[in-house]
Design a protein around this ligand. Structure first.
Ligand SMILES: *Cc1c(COP(=O)(O)O)cnc(C)c1O
Length: 366
């Protein structure tokens, strides 16, 4: 058997006809840039997230950055986020000129530890970006309390959490704004790069709309320096097709994760913990092991792909050495970076495939 980490062909199989139709429709109308498909998708995605506004952009990184810019965050400001996240969270902060300030993660959820946030706050702090890593929401209530107390904005990095729940609320509807990525392998993915920001704040949505489109409200009237960071209509049209399947896919991922966790009970690896406050949508199924390198090599030989998300925490990345953090600064993130391993995870994984992954893993040990 050959089992990839993600299998987009399996995902597209059942909806390929609809996808082709959606793309043809855009070609027929020639509305490639900010056309009807983008507007309709923005409405549908906002409704899905239970918020009032959504603004489509060209990537998750742009969604994060443009929200920070719309809040006038930049040079001289600080923004707090987790030490163990995808590099783009920190990049988006740094692109604005602000300084990424890192906080270690919780052992249980791999998400930012709310108990460690306050000691990272200074007079320069303007916002907190909790990351819903691997598809499980961060513990938002204490984070919102801290933000309120210190008058900070909260931007959810929901790039791995399309459709997850926190205390009955959709990920993305809890903070002041949220950013999602439609990178193809995300739970909701385009056929290329894409992203979106969501919010209940009409002024913020309006500002991001201008930031993504040359700073104009009317054509050729530019009110401030801005970018070309739009979501393409073809992507939006495809995303409209996929959005209808998302809850079903997420349920299936969660079911697959539960099968993994049950079957791995006796194996000498640490399986994910689902916090009782929410619903995990398993963008990634991440275990911890002391034998990662040999285990990954062994499984690869047997046809099972695996991954590491992420092997180097932000503060130990060369690109961020200027922040001045040292080794040992975020012990949990550092320890876990050496042990985490992502197993194949997608909605279409069959029980036989899961069985094969688990048996392969066990045969390494037994
Ligand atoms: C994917 C991702 C991003 C960036 O999204 P892009 O669309 O690749 O720019 C940001 N944060 C996290 C946590 C991500 O997983």
């Amino acid at each position: 058997m050959n089992i990839p980490l993600v299998d987009l062909s399996a995902q597209h199989k059942s909806i390929l006809g609809e996808i082709n139709k959606a793309i043809s429709e855009v070609i027929k109308t020639n509305g490639y840039i900010l056309g009807e498909a983008v507007e309709l998708f923005e409405e549908e995605f906002a409704r899905y997230c239970e918020v009032d506004y959504a603004v489509g952009v060209d990537s998750g990184t742009s969604a994060l950055e443009l929200v920070l810019r719309a809040w006038d965050i930049g040079e001289g400001d600080e923004v707090i986020t987790a030490a163990n996240t995808f590099i783009a969270t920190a990049s988006a902060i740094a692109f604005t000129g602000a300084k990424p300030v890192l906080v270690d993660i919780e052992e249980s959820t791999y998400n930012i530890d709310p108990n460690k946030i306050e000691s990272a706050i200074t007079e320069k702090t303007k916002a907190i970006i909790p990351v819903h890593l691997y598809g499980q929401p961060a513990d938002m209530e204490p984070i919102l309390d801290i933000a309120k107390k210190h008058n900070l904005k909260v931007l959810e990095d929901s790039c791995q959490a399309h459709g997850a729940f926190y205390k009955g609320k959709r990920a993305g509807s809890i903070g002041d704004a949220a950013a999602f990525s439609f990178y193809p392998a995300k739970n909701l993915g385009a056929l290329g790069d894409g992203g979106i920001m969501v919010t209940n704040d009409p002024e913020l949505a309006e500002k991001v709309k201008m930031l993504r489109n040359y700073g104009q409200k009317e054509k050729y009237n530019h009110l401030f320096l801005a970018y070309n960071r739009r979501l393409d209509s073809i992507h939006a049209a495809v995303l409209r097709v996929k959005l209808k399947e998302l809850d079903k896919w997420n349920k299936s991922r969660n079911k697959n994760a539960k099968i993994y966790t049950e079957k791995l009970k006796e194996a000498p690896v640490i399986t994910p913990i689902e916090a009782d406050y929410g619903e995990h949508i398993y963008h990634l199924y991440v275990i911890r092991t002391n034998d990662r390198k040999p285990l990954m090599d062994f499984m690869k030989q047997k046809g099972v792909s695996s991954g590491i998300h992420y092997p180097i925490p932000i503060h130990l990345q060369k690109a961020y050495s200027y922040l001045g953090y040292e080794k040992g600064g975020f012990p949990i993130s550092e320890e876990f970076a050496g042990k985490i391993m992502s197993l194949p995870m997608y909605a279409e994984l069959s029980e036989e495939q899961i069985e094969y992954v688990v048996n392969t893993l066990k045969s390494f040990y037994w």
